[in-house]
Design a protein around this ligand. Sequence first.
Ligand code: CDT
Length: 299
Amino acid sequence: AKNLMLAVAQVGGIDSSESKPEVVARLIALLEEAASQGAELVVFPELTLTTFFPRTWFEEGDFEGYFEKSMPNDDVRPLFERAKDLGVGFYLGYAELTSDQKRYNTSILVNKHGDIVGKYRKMHLPGHADNREGLPNQHLEKKYFLEGDLGFGVFDFHGVQVGMCLCNDRRWPEVYRSLSLQGAELVVLGYNTPDFVPGWQEEPHAKMFTHLLSLQAGAYQNSVFVAAAGKSGFEDGHHMIGGSAVVAPSGEILAKAAGEGDEVVVVKADIDMGRPYKESVFDFAAHRRPDAYGIIAER
Ligand code: CDT
């Protein structure tokens, strides 16, 4: 069997007063705990290094501190070094500012040697770009980020084919399908799912259900493992759901975080579990009808 010791590292709320070195120290503690349980790959959330700042309207020039101009940089290098010492790889989401001043909601995949082996820029940006004052919070991803320009890539992680996405992407079936068609065996993702999102009418009780439903459906319909890590709990009084989880290709949840704070969940993932599905009910070459799916790419 092709086993991967897979960890999701849920990160509890990060208040805006917390510095990046303080946050990185929390991430290193999670990484060490995962490594002590044998983890080979640790999945961290979306925008892991800061509070979920898209909830707030900032004027131009007032939000640069939330962005990383290079990776690794001095703040994040201790995480890279500790992971390399421990021989553990990781997935990390962060806000990226490129040298030509473009901003993306980005994730990277780092192998056990500390090398960045994959990069993804979020394709489905939820929320709005206009200033909507007087609400409990805003959701300004469309203001702060450009739509991703790297497509849906699959990367080799020590023999396991890994696809990446970020948060809202997990709700879109095309994402998992694009990755599975390229041979992904595991999809990793980070998320921040606030209780309140302007213009998103969803009953509070449904938030956890639709989160898990998306992971489970994506996993099952594409014969992949899905590992999702959330930033969870309260940030400056704003609540985000927990529910960091690992899902098998059967669609079943193998493990899920119990609380909303910093918490590691480690699972021995038998990557070959996806194969019987890929070779039978979801044998894409035998059963799919791409000739009839044109409308999906047209609209
Ligand atoms: N970060 C992020 O993408 N959050 C969204 C909020 C809902 S937008 C309708 C999510 O899908 O969880």
